[in-house]
Ligand binder design. Structure first.
Ligand code: ATP
Length: 258
């Protein structure tokens, strides 16, 4: 087991009323890794994120955080507290508050910090929020009402809010869905930057996006690991092409919208 391993899911099975949505899936993530999890509809990608964040309990298998912490035994809020942040497709921001206020709330909710300390931390707090605003590209919109932001900007705000809670692992479900091409590119750059200090798992359907920003891709099919490797290796795999395109060996995975 590598020392830089942060998350190790082994032989995970999930059954919903007897239906096996995950069937012996393994996923190993290293510190500072940006991993893309792809696969056709119903492959089990979202369920895998649900298992990691504790929303769904595995029927069997192990989910280890930092090699020693058994996440399968923890409750969802404990897993969040340990430093695993989950972002769903719909942004959960406070639309009537400003961008800055949203970040302030997130900072105050950060794990392991007692509210009483905040009176003494004001300047440092403000600085952290300013830095976060720059990182997510919203420094010019700090005073905007969050509800008035574009769809992409709302997603970045939510990512910024997650980061202020100091997670070590971020789980993102289709972060670029509904974004313009420009917003999608900016999001990719943001994720690459975030991965310098965090580990990220991104469930994604947009193959153009995955191709542009992925170094390692995990392909799931029918609840199992189908292939793992670089985008080139994944695209060159016959079984992946079959799953996406129905046995057309010459076809390009990237054209699939599945
Ligand atoms: N709570 C549930 N109860 C019953 N079946 C479920 C539940 N959640 C997911 N499933 C089923 O498990 C399978 C895997 O679903 P999952 O959402 O993980 O797939 P996915 O790869 O994320 O698909 P998509 O890309 O369409 O979101 C699907 O057949 C789905 O219908």
């Amino acid at each position: 087991m590598s020392e830089s391993s942060i998350l190790q899911c082994d032989d995970v099975t999930v059954a919903f009323d007897g239906f096996k949505a995950i069937q012996g899936m393994s996923l190993h993530l290293r510190k500072g890794e940006l991993r893309f999890l792809i696969g056709p509809n119903g492959a089990g990608k979202t369920t895998m994120l649900d298992v990691i964040c504790g929303k769904v309990k595995p029927t069997s298998g192990t989910v280890a955080f930092k090699q020693t912490i058994d996440l399968a035994k923890k409750k969802e809020h404990q897993i969040a507290q340990l430093g695993i942040g989950r972002k769903f497709q719909a942004p959960s921001i406070f639309p009537s508050m400003t961008v800055f206020e949203n970040l302030e709330i997130a900072l105050r909710q950060r794990r392991g910090v007692f509210t009483v300390l905040f009176a003494r931390m004001k300047a440092e707090e403000r600085e952290r929020i300013e830095r976060q605003l720059v990182m997510i590209g919203l420094h010019n919109k700090a005073d905007w009402r969050a509800g008035g932001l574009s769809h992409g900007e709302k997603q970045w705000l939510e990512i910024g809010m997650m980061l202020l809670q100091e997670p070590e692992v971020l789980l993102l479900d289709e972060p670029v869905a509904g974004m313009t091409d420009k917003e999608t590119d900016k999001t990719g750059e943001l994720l690459v930057e975030i991965a310098r200090q965090h580990s990220i798992v991104v469930v994604e359907h947009d193959m153009e996006f995955v191709r542009s920003f992925a170094s390692k891709v995990t392909v799931m099919h029918e609840g199992k690991l189908l292939k793992e490797g670089t985008m080139e290796e994944v695209q060159g795999d016959d079984r992946v092409a079959e799953v996406y395109l129905g046995k057309r060996r010459d076809a390009d995975v990237s054209r699939s919208t599945a």
